[in-house]
Design a protein around this ligand. Structure first.
Ligand code: NAP
Length: 690
């Protein structure tokens, strides 16, 4: 019998004592045995802090992203993936359910790898926001920087997504440069263990950046006792466990950061105008059925409350009942099965108890199904259960989470009442609203937004592309206020930054440039004899600068630009109208003409290391440019981002167009691709630049 192991301090540890049997959800047969880890978990914290953290912090964001991408691909390799699918069936998950967990989880790694390379510099420090000048003479400024905390993150996961739940937390911590200690839920720990083993055996991750503690909650306490102010706990699970963690001394006395993703009574709201017969009515019923049955409703985001206008209640109940009765409940290994069993018999008992509680205020609409062909004694099978509230305001409906295939239809009278009822859930991860009437949808969405981390608006236009109510996406915030725990995960770089310390650094622009690796306005620049566009990516340094010749902007330039582009806005072509403008003192040059003339001043024409200009950031036309103004450009290398293995990197140039009075007419960052020196970073050996 396989005994679940932990991976701590660079080695796998097989517990020596007997433990509890972990049972197949459908057959009741033993899948693995889980014993107390039996090792001092303080070692995991020490190893993470002294080995994993330093190794991660040596890497740039892009290097970490590359590793994460390879790890994601390793999990998606056929053999690896199928091994995980085989184990996933034991948890009660169908192939479709497991896809979300396994391939969806690997997808989070790939998504974060791509996003980090696009949005973070290829460096170890990120700059958050703009430079803040603190003195009139420009000698004193401040920037906000983000650096990884020098601790570990203990990631405590729920049983329902043993792979995805682990990977979505690992992704952000890893990109940030913080080592992870994963504590999987006991019930499905064998699947998390298999996924971690695949990652560790790939040899891709720096040692100590990922550890696995298959520990009982009491053993975990020993680990939490070691945590301090540089460490964090990311928890997913029930509100009761969250409350215990909130009271832990690490959190209360030592300021260990705690992020909680707890339970949630998510709502779907059918808008009044989405009457039976409309596309949105059908989309609503389809989504409620999907959310009740995917993963047998054991999803933190599942729809627990389906709010419908009172006048559509009967039609909604009828449509849902018909669809639910057609759901094939059975063995998850059978490809015709739509809904498998719950994760175990104890969970089924818990859900049944919650249904009992809900029935104080609701009556069953559907609560039976055909279970022939399965072992309904040993397997944790349950019928999809649709209830209908007798009293929409009864608190039990808004406070009881039945963590299974259970949802309650809740009628409402007005949009205000719908908003109130949704809020009675005390804060949720997600709500979805269905309708085509813009006013209704706006009132509903804005009314409930304060109580949610995510709101999905469903209408006919987005339906074919919709990722659905229940799918948290790496790009979007996952988490909700109040009962949902008040935490936030993922959300693109927001999730990465949550692992990092934001520090306001004050000093001279020169020092700030040195610390951040990015040119800060006012720091020393270097003018080259030649043009900086003739320097390869490797020869170019932040602060390399060019001051161009001047040129006069003439009336003829403005008239010709208006003629050739067709941009004949009055301020560029009509002196009298321009003179009446409250903004301009007469005819002005087009802003885009100024940009084009500036390019004419700074661009080096010959073939060379600058391969392309791929955009402009932060463009502002600070002052109007008038006929006969003399403009010149100051161009300074602001930021360099090496793109691994491509033979070139990105260079952002701080660009200012300055007039004869020394005033800045336009300021922006020109974004270019600049080739590496021959043979460096995959650049061709033989390239020669004049
Ligand atoms: P749970 O009992 O709270 O367990 C969650 C995790 O906490 C497990 O790893 C568990 O370990 C561990 N744990 C239990 N007691 C602990 C303690 N005193 N100290 C430290 N860790 C402790 O929740 P569950 O029943 O497994 O999961 C279902 C719940 O999770 C539902 O309420 C669901 O809504 C919620 N959930 C929320 C999200 C979200 O993103 N918001 C996602 C999924 C699930 P053991 O397994 O070893 O007991």
């Amino acid at each position: 019998m396989h005994r679940v192991e932990s991976y701590v301090a660079g080695g796998w540890h097989r517990p020596s004592s007997d433990g509890r049997a972990l049972l197949d959800a459908a057959t009741g047969k033993t899948v693995a045995e889980l014993s107390p880890a039996g090792i001092g978990l303080a070692a995991a914290v020490e190893h993470g802090r002294t080995v994993g953290g330093p190794a991660l912090r040596q890497l740039t964001f892009h290097q970490r992203a590359s590793i994460l991408q390879k790890a994601g691909k390793a999990l998606l390799a056929d053999e690896a993936k199928e091994q995980l699918y085989d184990l996933s069936y034991c948890t009660g998950a169908t192939r479709a359910d497991s896809w979300i967990d396994i391939e969806g989880g690997a997808g989070v790694l790939l998504s974060y790898a791509g996003k980090a390379r696009r949005e973070l510099p290829n460096s170890r420090v990120a700059v958050d926001g703009a430079t803040e000048p603190l003195s009139r003479d420009g000698s004193f400024s401040a920037v906000h920087i983000l650096t990884p905390r020098k601790g570990v993150e203990v990631q405590i996961n729920a049983f329902n997504f043993p792979v995805w739940g682990m990977l979505e937390k690992l992704a952000t911590a890893f990109i940030a440069g913080v080592p992870s200690i994963v504590k999987p839920a006991s019930l499905t720990a064998y699947l998390t263990e298999a996924a971690v083993r695949l990652i560790i055996e790939s040899g891709l991750l720096p040692e100590g950046s990922l550890q696995l503690a298959c520990a009982s909650p009491s053993e975990l306490n020993g680990l939490l006792d070691c945590l301090g102010g540089q460490d964090s706990i990311a928890f997913t699970g029930s509100a009761a466990t969250a409350a215990a963690l909130r009271a832990h001394l690490a959190v209360t006395a030592r300021a260990t950061r705690l992020n909680v993703e707890a339970d949630s009574l998510n709502a779907a709201v059918l808008a009044p105008a989405a009457a039976p017969g409309t596309a949105e009515f059908d989309l609503f019923t389809a989504e409620v059925v999907k959310e009740m049955t995917v993963k047998a409703g054991q999803k933190c985001t599942a729809i627990r409350r389906a709010l419908v206008p009172a006048q559509h209640l009967d039609a909604a109940a009828e449509a849902l009942a018909e669809a639910l009765q057609a759901v094939a409940v059975g063995d998850p290994r059978d490809r015709s099965t739509v809904m498998g069993p719950l994760v175990g018999l104890a969970q089924r008992d818990e859900v049944a108890a919650s249904v009992g509680a809900l029935c104080e205020a609701a009556a069953p609409v559907v609560d039976s199904c055909d279970l022939s062909g399965v072992d309904s004694v040993a397997g944790a099978f349950m019928s999809p259960t649709l209830l209908q509230a007798r009293d929409s305001r009864s608190s039990v409906i808004h406070t009881t989470e039945a963590f299974g295939p259970v949802s309650t239809l809740v009628p409402y009278g007005s949009i205000d009442e719908a908003v109130e009822l949704v809020a009675a859930g005390g804060g949720s991860l997600v709500a979805s609203v269905y309708g085509a009437d813009r006013d209704e949808i706006t009132d509903l969405s804005l009314g409930i937004a304060s109580h949610h981390g995510r709101v999905l608006i469903v209408d006919q236009a987005m339906a074919p592309a919709s990722t659905g109510h229940g799918s948290p996406l790496p790009l979007l915030v996952h988490g909700g206020p109040g009962r949902a725990g008040g935490g936030q995960e993922m959300g693109g770089m927001r999730g990465v930054y949550a692992h990092m310390q934001r520090t306001a650094v004050q000093g001279s622009p020169d020092m700030l440039t040195a610390v951040t690796g990015e040119y800060v306005d006012g720091s020393v620049t270097r003018e080259h004899k030649g043009h900086p566009f003739k320097l390869t990516f490797d020869d170019l340094a932040v602060g390399d600068s060019l001051t161009t010749e001047s040129r006069t902007v003439t009336r003829a330039d403005i008239a010709a630009f208006a003629e050739s582009t067709g941009d004949k806005f009055y301020a560029h072509v009509d002196d009298e109208a321009a003179a009446r403008s409250p903004i301009f003192n007469g005819l002005v040059a087009h802003g885009y003409l100024v940009l084009s003339l500036a390019a004419g001043l700074f661009v080096w024409p010959d073939e060379g290391p600058v391969l392309a200009n791929y955009g402009i950031d932060r463009l502002r036309f600070a002052k109007p440019t008038y006929p006969d103004d003399e403009i010149h450009v100051v161009l300074t290398c602001k930021r360099k981002t090496q793109l691994d293995g491509r033979g070139y990197g990105e260079v952002a140039w701080d660009t200012r167009v300055i007039n004869q009075h020394g005033e800045v007419n336009a300021a922006y960052d020109v974004l270019t691709m600049v080739a590496n020196a021959p043979g460096v970073n995959g650049a061709p050996e033989a390239r020669s630049h004049a």
